[in-house]
Design a protein around this ligand. Structure first.
Ligand code: SAM
Ligand code: DTB
Ligand code: SF4
Length: 322
C-alpha cells in the first residue's frame, strides 16, 4: 500500500516525535523504515573534494573558509582525469554514488564550471549516480548540470533559520531555499540536511526538520552530519554530539520523510560499530565511504566492509542497475 507523503507536519508534531522515549522512537522509525525500504540495504556514496579551501564564506563549522586558519591547503580545481580516476576507484570499491564538492560560495559561469560539467558527464557515463555540491546555483546552471547527467545536488539547510545567523552571515536562509528550488525545477534529485552539535537548541533542530519536511516535495536524501570540530574554526571547541542526539535526529527524519535516504554523514569516525548500528536501526540507510569526507577523516573501506559484515548489511544498487 502506498502511503501518501505528508508535507504539512507541524512543529508540535515533530517535537512530539523527537521527544518520544528513545527506544519507542527507534521502534517507530524502524517500522516506517521497513514499510518503505529494505532495512538491510545501505547506500554507499563517495565524496571527493574537487576544489579545496579558500572559500570566501564564513560558515563557522567549515575548515575550508579562507578566513579561518586551519590546516587545509588551498587547491585549484582538480584535473578531470584525476577526478574520473577517483570515481572509477570508488565504483570498484562498491560505491554507487559519487559526490563532488567545491569550496565555492556559488557557481560562476566560467571555464571551471565547464570542466565540472565534463566531470559530471564522465562519472555519469561510468554508470554511477553523480552528485555535486558546489554552493548556490541559478536555474540556468542547474539545467546545464542536469543536461550533463547530474543525478543529485547537495545543498544543506545546515540548521534552523534562527540559528543560521549565528553560523553564517555571508548568505541568507532564503538563498539556500532558492537554490533548492532551482535544483528541483531542473528535475535534479535534492539532497539537503544539516549538522548537529553547533550549539543549536532542540527547537532549532525541529525547525530545520520542519522546513525540510514542508518543502513542496521532500528531499530524496537527507544528510545528518555530526559537527566535526576543526581546529582554527569558530566551532573548534564544541562538545562531541551524543549518539542519542544523532539517533533522535535520524529517527525523526525517517518518520516524517519516510521515503528519503537518510544519510549518516560526517561524524562516523568518532562512532563505534554499536553506535552506528543504532543509527541504522533508527532509519539511516546511507553513508559516505572512503577514508576522507571532503577534508576530514572518515572510516576507511576496510573498516566499513567489516561494519557491513558484522551488521549483515548490503550496499544498495545504483538506480541505474535497478
Ligand atoms: N561550498 C558548498 C556549500 O557550502 O554548499 C559545498 C561544500 S560544503 C563543505 C557542504 C556541506 O558540508 C556543508 O553544507 C555542511 O553541511 C557540511 N560540512 C562542512 N564542514 C563540516 C563540518 N566541520 N562538520 C560537519 N559537516 C560539515
Ligand atoms: C554533507 O551533508 N556532508 C558532506 C557532504 N554533504 C558534502 C560533507 C561533510 C564535510 C565534513 C567536513 C570536511 O570533511 O571537510
Ligand atoms: Fe564555503 Fe561551503 Fe565551507 Fe561554507 S560550507 S565555507 S560555502 S565550502
Amino acid at each position: 500500500m502506498q502511503v501518501a507523503l505528508r508535507t504539512d507536519w507541524s512543529r508540535k508534531e515533530i517535537i512530539e516525535i523527537y521527544n518520544l522515549p528513545v527506544l519507542e522512537l527507534i521502534h517507530r522509525a524502524g517500522e516506517v523504515h521497513r514499510r518503505h525500504h529494505d532495512p538491510q540495504e545501505v547506500q554507499v556514496c563517495t565524496l571527493l573534494s574537487i576544489k579545496t579551501g579558500g572559500c570566501p564564506e564564513d560558515c563557522a563549522y567549515c575548515p575550508q573558509a579562507a578566513r579561518y586558519h586551519t590546516d587545509v591547503e588551498v587547491e585549484k580545481l582538480l584535473p578531470t582525469d584525476q577526478v574520473l580516476k577517483a570515481a572509477a576507484e570508488a565504483k570498484a570499491a562498491g560505491s554507487t554514488r559519487f559526490c563532488m564538492g567545491a569550496a565555492w560560495r556559488e557557481v560562476r559561469d566560467n571555464g571551471d564550471f565547464d570542466r565540472v560539467l565534463d566531470m559530471v558527464k564522465g562519472v555519469c557515463n561510468m554508470g554511477m549516480e553523480v552528485c555535486c555540491t558546489l554552493g548556490m546555483l541559478t536555474g540556468e546552471q542547474a539545467e546545464k548540470l542536469k543536461h550533463a547527467g547530474l543525478y543529485a545536488y547537495n545543498h544543506n539547510l545546515d540548521t534552523s533559520e534562527d540559528h543560521y545567523q549565528e553560523i553564517i552571515t555571508t548568505r541568507t536562509y532564503d538563498d539556500r531555499l532558492n537554490t533548492l528550488e532551482n535544483v528541483r525545477e531542473a528535475k535534479i534529485s535534492v539532497c539537503s540536511g544539516g549538522i548537529i552539535g553547533m550549539g543549536e537548541t532542540i527547537q532549532d533542530r525541529i525547525d530545520m526538520l520542519y522546513t525540510l519536511s514542508n518543502l513542496p516535495e521532500h528531499p530524496e536524501s537527507v544528510p545528518v552530519n555530526a559537527l566535526v570540530p576543526v581546529p582554527g574554526t569558530p566551532l573548534e571547541d564544541q562538545e562531541k554530539v551524543s549518539v542519542w542526539d544523532m539517533v533522535r535526529m535520524i529517527a525523526t527524519a525517517r518518520i516524517i520523510m519516510p521515503r528519503a535516504m537518510v544519510r549518516l554523514s560526517a561524524g562516523r569516525v568518532r562512532m563505534n560499530t554499536e553506535e552506528q548500528a543504532l543509527c541504522f536501526l533508527a532509519g539511516a540507510n546511507s553513508i559516505f565511504a572512503g577514508d576522507k569526507l571532503l577534508t576530514t577523516p572518515n572510516p576507511d573501506f576496510a573498516s566499513d566492509r567489516e561494519l557491513f559484515q558484522k551488521l549483515d548489511l548490503k550496499p544498495r544498487p545504483s538506480y541505474k542497475s535497478v
